[in-house]
Design a protein around this ligand. Structure first.
Ligand code: SF4
Length: 131
C-alpha cells in the first residue's frame, strides 16, 4: 500500500513532515490538521492533550488515510486518525482476530471499521472523498 506520509513510523519529530506528502499543494484544504501544531500533543500521556489531538484530527481531510495506515502497519504510539493508541490497539487486535489475516489492508473488516470511525467523528463527507 502507498504510504501517504513522510516516514514509515510517525514520531514526535516526523509528524511535522506529514505535510509534504499530502496533496496540500494541489488542494490547500487537504493539508493535515496537525500541520503547525505541537507534535507532542499527538504523543502525550495526558488525557487533555489526547482529547485535543483527537479534536484536531476530526477536522483533518487525511483522517481516514491516517487511521488506515496506522492500523495496517501496527502503529502503536500516539493519536492517529483521531484514535488514541489504546483504542487503536484494541481495534487492530479485534480486526486481526476477525480476519485471521496478518495483512488488514483491503479487508472488508478494515473498511467497515474506518467507515464506523469516520462517521462517529462526523467525517462522513471526508470519508467519501479521501478513502
Ligand atoms: S488524522 Fe490527525 S494525526 Fe493524522 S494527519 Fe490528520 S491531524 Fe495528523
Amino acid at each position: 500500500m502507498d504510504n501517504p506520509f513522510a516516514a514509515p513510523v510517525m514520531t514526535r519529530t516526523t509528524l511535522a513532515r506529514l505535510v509534504p506528502y499530502s496533496d496540500s499543494a494541489a488542494t490547500p484544504s487537504a493539508a493535515p490538521a496537525c500541520h503547525g501544531e505541537d507534535p507532542d500533543l499527538w504523543f502525550s500521556d495526558r488525557p487533555g492533550d489526547v482529547d485535543r489531538a483527537v479534536q484536531a484530527c476530526r477536522r483533518c481531510p487525511l483522517l481516514r488515510k491516517c487511521l488506515r495506515y496506522a492500523l495496517v502497519h501496527g502503529q502503536n504510539s500516539g493519536v492517529w486518525g483521531g484514535m488514541p493508541e489504546e483504542q487503536r490497539a484494541a481495534l487492530r487486535a479485534e480486526l486481526l482476530d476477525r480476519t485471521g489475516d496478518e495483512d488488514l489492508d483491503g479487508t472488508r473488516e478494515l473498511e467497515a471499521a474506518l467507515d464506523q470511525h469516520t462517521l462517529a467523528l462526523g467525517q462522513e463527507q471526508v470519508a467519501a472523498v479521501s478513502a
